[in-house]
Design a protein around this ligand. Structure first.
Ligand code: ADP
Length: 257
């Protein structure tokens, strides 16, 4: 597998490596689209571990993570879920937006995140002892109040936490040139505009434009879509349905290009 493109923002690579060496679970905190998933992909590559990713949602059951019996012809066969599979094979298991999952689902993580490093499969009676390279990584967006409430202290305390945020301007420009395929001048203008749009958070914009949206917008521009049109579609429209906020954002686009 090719090296995933990732520009570090501080010492997160070294801290993560220590966590991996000491078999500590890691929690990545930060707004959506700021590079958490890319970081995990990069670390899995760097550490030479397989990566199993689960996007969590409020319907995710313990069975979805651990596994279930499936009917196969006239027989029932056990099928490991992503968590059981990761524990068995020493993979990094990344639970994206973990607080979206139901509390009773999150509880199955507990025995894997302490000295036991085990996962009981209640339905088969098996107790999986996690292989040496197994590591649990979760992400969440502290911006959603509901989620802070949902994450129990007894769960939080099982993780080493790394804070993430949008990259500073020079790094975000470099990302846009590399990932979005635009020239440095356009990347600079897009990042300047984005900083202004992020300033609208005080005026009620719930979600500010992420690096992910910026990359998407840059790709549209690199593909030949005119600048303003690309910004309306890539940066403005996804963020709000509120007429006055959308108007304010479009004005900022028009002033920039
Ligand atoms: P998250 O998991 O935080 O929602 P992602 O990891 O999917 O966000 O990041 C969204 C996109 O932003 C990535 O696909 C990548 O193009 C870009 N990106 C963000 N941060 C970085 C970084 N530090 N280095 C390289 N690319 C980055």
């Amino acid at each position: 597998m090719a090296e995933p493109y990732y520009i570090p923002s501080g010492d997160e690579v070294a801290v993560f490596e220590q966590c991996h060496a000491h078999q500590l679970a890691v929690m990545l905190k930060g707004p959506t689209g700021c590079g958490k998933t890319r970081f995990v992909e990069y670390m899995a590559w760097r550490l030479g571990r397989p990566l199993i990713t689960v996007s969590c949602h409020d319907d995710l059951s313990a069975g979805d993570l651990v596994g279930r019996y499936l009917i196969h012809h006239d027989d029932t066969v056990w099928q490991d879920g992503p968590l059981a599979s990761a524990a068995r094979h020493g993979a990094i298991c990344y639970l994206d937006e973990v607080v979206e999952a139901r509390q009773d689902t999150v509880v199955v993580l507990h025995s894997l995140t302490d000295y036991r490093r085990t996962l009981p499969l209640e339905k088969t009676g098996e107790l999986i002892h996690a292989a040496a390279g197994f590591q649990l990584v979760v992400s969440y967006n502290p911006g959603y109040q509901r989620m802070l409430k949902d994450m129990k202290p007894s769960t939080r305390q099982r993780f080493v936490a790394l804070d993430f945020d949008f990259p500073p301007a020079e790094r975000e420009i470099a990302i846009l040139v590399h990932e979005g395929g635009v020239d440095a001048g356009t990347a600079h203008a897009l990042v300047t505009l984005t900083h202004k749009l992020r300033g609208l958070q005080d005026r009620g914009l719930a979600e500010v434009p992420s690096t992910r949206l910026l990359v998407a917008t840059a790709k549209l521009i690199a593909g030949g879509i005119p600048l303003r049109r690309a910004c309306y579609a890539g940066l403005v429209a996804p963020l709000s349905d509120d007429g006055s906020l959308v108007g304010a954002m479009r004005d900022l686009v028009d002033l920039s290009f």
